[in-house]
Write a protein that binds this ligand. Structure first.
Ligand code: F6P
Length: 355
């Protein structure tokens, strides 16, 4: 059993790409720290960049900063960044400097006894390095629409992104049906196909392409033709941005158009492409994302109170557990090609492009 810590003042920051549910997570941290333990909370602005700014970009946070609206808003009111790695910081003159010492100095200057970091796998690795170097207790909360952080079944922001992508399919289907077209929806997810797979199943797609499963463009064309020949004239397809183009080239963003081009000579019907992009990071956070934010935020503070450090909160089997941050970083979580969700897609007759 860990001893009760001497923590009185903690910092909280959001870093990396924003997503829905971050404000709810910050609120949960502040509520638990304040109501549960009487601690002061400092909100660090713009992620790690706030700790590199001079004066340091930070402000005191208390329960009164949350007026009831913030849990309903996506984005992060503290700001975020996915630029400016402090260990290799690009200076205005173009030179690169290790400014990690400035981060540790800022944590000390703010009088923080611990930090709660809310981020994806890249940020977890970065924050862990800072905490190891600066010697401050760190607990992390996983967030990313990609849902690819290891060890946790769910990261904050994923559910809202899936919801947005599914709604996009709900909007695309009637127009696809009206014109007898093939609609291709390109969704985010970086190297993971979680958003594509789940929204594709929920949204009635005929074909779903994910980075974890290689595809054959002729198999895709055959499935789309078959779907259109059966009982309807339209077809829906979801492609994850991390899939390689049919010519094998890999890049993020644009694969939807590349697939459409490759299909154009193989299908009789017209094809239209929608690239959903950053729309998936906004909108009203779903109840599930707000629940994750609340559960993770409160437990992260409890862990610090128990004297824990270097842990990430995680969701498994309807429980909040905690794991070493290093485990989460080391275990990237893509779609399980032998798992229940892939099996569900195949069971419905959805083509994943490989058969
Ligand atoms: O990692 C989250 C994510 O939204 C990815 O799904 C996407 O590829 C990327 O961030 C976009 O990053 P940016 O906001 O820098 O364009």
């Amino acid at each position: 059993m860990n001893e009760i810590s001497e923590i009185r003042r903690i910092g909280v920051l959001t870093s990396g790409g924003d997503c829905a549910g971050l404000n709810a997570a910050i609120r949960a941290v502040v509520y638990r720290a304040s109501f549960g333990y009487g601690w002061d909370v400092v909100g660090i602005e713009n992620g790690t960049l706030g700790l590199l700014s001079r004066p340091i970009a930070a402000r005191p946070l208390g329960p009164s900063d949350f007026d009831g609206r913030l849990i309903r808003e996506s984005g992060t009111f503290l700001g975020s960044t996915n630029k400016g790695n402090p260990f290799a910081f690009e200076m205005p003159d173009g030179s690169v400097r290790d400014r990690s010492g400035d981060v540790a100095a800022a944590v000390a200057e703010l009088g923080l006894d611990a930090v709660v970091g809310i981020g994806g796998d890249g940020i977890l690795a970065l924050l862990k390095r800072h905490a190891d170097q600066g010697g401050f207790p760190l607990v992390c909360i996983p967030k990313t629409i990609d849902n690819d952080v290891g060890v946790t079944e769910v990261s904050i922001g994923y559910d809202t992104a899936v919801h947005v992508a599914t709604e996009a399919l709900d909007r695309l289907q009637p127009t696809a049906a009206s014109h007898g077209r093939v609609m291709i929806l390109e969704v985010m997810g970086r190297d993971a196909g979680h958003i594509a797979l789940v929204s594709g199943i929920a949204g009635g797609a005929d074909v779903i392409l994910i980075p974890e499963i290689g595809y054959d463009i002729d198999v895709v064309a055959a499935k789309l033709s078959e779907a259109q020949d059966k009982d309807r004239k339209h077809a829906l397809m979801v492609v994850a941005e991390g899939c390689p183009a049919p010519d094998g080239n890999g890049k993020y963003g644009g694969v939807g158009h590349a697939v459409a081009e490759a299909l154009s000579g193989k299908l009789e019907s017209e094809i239209r492409v929608t690239v959903l992009g950053h729309v998936q990071r906004g909108g009203v956070p779903t109840a599930r994302d707000r629940l994750m934010a609340a559960a993770f935020g409160t437990r992260a503070v409890d862990l610090l109170a128990e004297g824990q450090r270097d842990r990430m909160v995680a969701w498994r089997d309807r429980q909040v557990i905690d794991v070493p941050i290093a485990d989460a970083i080391a275990n990237y979580r893509g779609d399980d090609v032998d798992g229940a969700v892939v099996a569900t897609a195949r069971g419905l007759g959805i083509s994943l492009g490989d058969a």
